[in-house]
Design a protein around this ligand. Structure first.
Ligand SMILES: Cc1cc2nc3c(=O)[nH]c(=O)nc-3n(C[C@H](O)[C@H](O)[C@H](O)COP(=O)(O)O)c2cc1C
Length: 194
């Protein structure tokens, strides 16, 4: 396989792999996580602003994330409190080897629109997804839990103008995700060539 064929393979076999599918207790080497994060920061970004901020939770740190997000939910849920939602927030991070909080640090250079900072971070996350696939690991991006809760921001080192864009879960794959489908290209692409 040449490098283009290999990349086609990576891009097309990348799948979201969820925490329940990870090998329990098997930790990914931190050095691999660092390589994945370096790849994330090679994503395109307007103005070379690098509008990303990542916080990596692993080992005992996963318990801190689990406790922070479940307790914040409990404090705020009021009459809508659901035990199942609380337990999910408390238990899911512990199924992962690493969870990376994905932050967008708002650029202050060149009047770059916010949507472009968000787009750059999404490109970084795709680099993480593809890197995981190359390493034979599993993971996924979730925007669940406390992602859109303003009160969660300081815990992740984010200010008022920044955004928490979710969490990237990583683990060794015990149960692979099924093959996926995409709609045919002609439903999504038009060509202008004359
Ligand atoms: C911005 C974004 C947010 C996502 N949030 C969630 C989520 O909260 N929960 C979830 O199960 N999957 C989430 N996903 C993963 C999608 O469900 C997944 O990418 C989709 O099902 C396609 O599957 P694939 O990644 O295997 O191609 C998210 C994906 C993106 C790009």
């Amino acid at each position: 396989m040449n490098s283009a064929e290999y990349f086609n393979h990576l891009a097309r076999t990348r799948r979201s792999v969820f925490p329940e599918q990870y090998e329990p207790g098997k930790k990914v080497d931190d050095d691999i996580i660092k390589e994945i994060l370096i790849n994330a920061t090679w994503a395109p970004n307007h103005g070379q602003a690098e509008p990303w901020q990542f916080m990596v939770f692993t080992g005992e740190g996963l318990k801190k994330l689990a406790s922070f997000q479940s307790e914040l939910y409990k404090q705020e849920a009021g009459d809508n409190f659901k035990e199942s939602a609380y337990l999910k927030l408390r238990e899911r991070p512990l199924k992962a080897s690493h969870v990376i909080a994905i932050g967008m640090k708002r650029t202050t250079v060149k009047n770059i629109p916010e949507v472009e900072d968000i787009a750059a971070v999404a490109c970084a996350v795709q680099n993480m997804y593809l890197s995981l696939t190359a390493y034979g690991l599993g993971g996924y991006w979730t925007t669940g839990g406390v992602t859109y809760n303003e009160r969660a921001k300081p815990f992740f080192g984010l200010g008022k103008n920044d955004r928490l864009m979710g969490f990237f879960y990583i683990g060794y794959v015990a149960v692979p995700s099924p093959a996926a489908k995409r709609r045919p290209l002609d439903q999504k692409v038009s060509w202008v060539n004359e």
